[in-house]
Design a protein around this ligand. Structure first.
Ligand code: FES
Ligand code: FES
Length: 165
């Protein structure tokens, strides 16, 4: 039996017909939309390489059934830059050498954007480490990643202060 769902992916509405209700958001994004920036690492919820934002919250897309998210708003790594202008988290990762091989990086960046939106880590490096602990990196770039999140968070705090002044 076929199932129809609609998702808004990086600002564009997409309609799908699923012939298998078990298809994950990760496979839908990679195989049907060819958005391969979201990586398949472990495919079992352990590495964070597949992190995306669904309705503003970060999730492991390898564990999420697409059919359960009919109508959802999805943000993937392909949707975070504005044209040539990088997202502040992307710019901070570059500035702090927060990535090396790039396989875990899309998930790290999506997770960092998600945790900033959750506003639960503030400027506490230990809390940032804890909030990012679902995203594994084999190449030891963790120190750069924490510094990048701290810088992006400081920039976000500054611009919200400017807005409220
Ligand atoms: S691929 Fe989803 S958590 Fe590893
Ligand atoms: S930069 Fe390669 S696993 Fe993290």
């Amino acid at each position: 039996m076929n199932h129809s769902i609609s998702l808004t992916v990086n600002g564009t509405r997409r309609d799908f017909v699923l012939d298998d209700p078990r298809v994950t958001l990760l496979d839908l994004l990679r195989e049907r939309l060819h958005l391969t920036g979201t990586k398949k690492g472990c495919d079992r919820g352990q590495c964070g390489a597949c992190t995306i934002l669904v309705d503003g919250k970060r999730i492991n897309s390898c564990l999420a059934l697409a059919i359960s998210h009919d109508g959802a708003d999805i943000l993937t790594i392909e949707g975070v830059a504005r044209g040539d202008q990088l997202h502040p988290v992307q710019a901070a990762f570059i500035a702090h050498d927060g990535f090396q091989c790039g396989f875990c990086t899309p998930g790290q960046i999506m997770s960092a954007i998600g945790l900033m939106q959750e506003a639960q880590a503030g400027n506490d490096p230990e809390r940032i480490r804890e909030c990012m602990s679902g995203n594994l990196c084999r190449c030891g770039a963790y120190a750069g990643i924490v510094d990048a999140v701290l810088e992006a968070q400081a920039g976000a705090d500054e611009s919200s202060q400017r807005r409220s002044a």
